[in-house]
Design a protein around this ligand. Structure first.
Ligand code: PLP
Length: 444
């Protein structure tokens, strides 16, 4: 049987010249169509024909934004662009009115180039190069975080008009990626820091924290809001009247409603009078993790070195992989999330023996999946069950590949970073997403 796809996959007229076209339709359709296209190119002898590719579903990001508004109407999201500085993600979120959390000059320039007002940007890196602070002053990005005295001296010298936000240390022990090892002022140091800021005539406008990226324990947020309350009180003692609370990132798709509810209650408990309080957050992975999938081609297959026979059908310990698959993206590319973001992406079969039909009768066998580079660290999945007939030329899919993937991918060994195919989704939201993007493009 051959790969066939009958679903529609129309392409929009160019909304943003210079960017890849926007498709309609469910992301799974585009995973399949991408595979078909790759095979066509391969038949034509195109170099890189079977290149791995992402499919990004912009309607998912739109939905996440609506979900945010519903659950945290008082909290303005400032998307942490480090998570995935994708041109369409940024344009869509800009169009929806989100703010942006930037960590560097490069990120600030990327956001401002879209026409976003500098007041919608927070420079949320407590340890900045002097030249970056200078550039921020030039660009008019006023809000920036700090957690140490040296940063205060730098800001006083370079950008005395900055609106500073003190980043406090909170409990991040329950999070996937702990950030407190590197950033955040312990509460005991806060009075002296604020005293120094006062002495230097600096404007501290509020408090920020980050409970750690990938936070599955909602109580970390309530504990952090309690600490922020204490910091507001210390601010008063130092002669400040803080008006900004930045609750950071760490929000997870799966636990969002619970986290939002705990956060709302904590805000109510610790900031019952908040007419003059602006509350913002810096969500990253919440918006993009599930919006992108990756399709990768099986470029090679071999038996593990420890197998005592060269045959792929060798009977081995079912607990041990009996076959190794090599795909054309790995930990030096999109799968860097395994090393840097503690993820364990799981493959599923996109195509089997040249067909999209994967019969349930095909037996599974323990397999391992590897990236394309010459490094043995480049292992995508040390053990998983895959159909015994899976072969070179077939395709694997990986979901939840939107957060901290492409942004940190390298070109080690000369492998290019995988491109993306974009869709505005398959349901009724597609038209809405395109309307929002078109209006943004027209206003730009
Ligand atoms: N804000 C800051 C300062 C960060 O360092 C990060 C992630 O490292 C984020 C926001 C985004 O975190 P998440 O993707 O977990 O929401």
């Amino acid at each position: 049987s051959t790969l066939k796809d009958t679903d529609t996959h129309e392409i929009d007229e160019e909304i943003f010249p210079g960017l890849p076209p926007l498709h309609h339709g469910h992301p799974n359709v585009h995973l399949r169509n991408g595979v078909i296209k790759a095979l066509e190119l391969s038949a034509q002898g195109e170099p890189d024909a079977e290149k791995a590719f992402f499919v990004g579903d912009l309607s998912y990001i739109y939905q996440q934004h609506m979900r945010w508004r519903k659950n945290l109407p008082e909290v303005q999201p400032f998307y942490a662009i480090k998570c995935h500085p994708d041109p369409y993600v940024l344009r869509l979120l800009a169009a929806l009115g989100a703010g942006f959390d930037c960590a560097s000059n490069g990120e600030i320039s990327q956001v401002l180039a879209l026409g976003v007002d500098p007041s919608r940007v927070i420079f949320a890196n407590p340890c900045k190069a002097s030249s970056f602070i200078r550039q921020s002053a030039k660009a008019g990005v006023e809000m920036m975080t700090f957690d140490n005295t040296d940063e205060l001296y730098k800001v006083a010298r370079i950008y005395p008009g900055a609106k500073l936000v003190i980043r406090i240390l909170t409990d991040d022990s329950k999070s996937l990626c702990r950030l407190g090892l590197k950033f955040g002022a312990p509460l005991v140091t806060v009075p002296a820091l604020l005293c120094k800021a006062r002495e230097l005539n600096l404007d501290v406008i509020g408090v920020s924290f980050h409970v750690g990226s990938g936070c599955y324990d909602a109580t970390a947020f309530s504990d952090a809001v309690m600490r922020a309350r204490a910091t507001f009180d210390m601010g008063k003692d130092a002669g400040y009247d803080f008006q900004l609370l930045d609750v950071g990132g760490g929000f997870e798709d799966d636990t969002f409603e619970t986290t939002a509810s705990v956060l709302r209650n904590a805000i109510e408990q610790y900031f019952p009078e908040r007419e003059n309080l602006r509350i913002i957050a810096e969500p990253g992975r919440y918006y993009v993790a599930k919006a992108f999938s990756l399709a990768a081609n099986i470029i090679a297959r071999r038996a593990p070195p420890q197998a005592d026979s060269g045959s792929q059908d060798v009977d081995m310990d079912p607990e041990q992989p009996s076959v190794m698959y090599y795909i054309n993206d790995g930990v030096y590319g999109a799968f860097n999330c395994i090393l840097f973001d503690h993820q364990s992406p799981q493959p599923y079969v996109l195509s089997l023996n040249g067909s999209f039909h994967v019969p349930s009768s095909v037996p599974l066998r323990a397999s391992s999946v590897w990236g394309p580079t010459c490094d043995s660290m480049d292992c995508v999945c040390p053990i998983t069950q895959l159909p015994s007939t899976l072969e070179v030329g077939d395709w694997l899919g990986f979901d939840n590949m939107g957060a901290y993937t492409a942004c940190a991918a390298s070109q080690f060994n000369g492998f290019e970073v995988s491109n993306a195919i974009y869709t505005t989704g398959g349901g009724h939201l597609s038209a809405e997403v395109r309307k929002v993007l078109k209006a943004f493009a027209a206003a730009a």
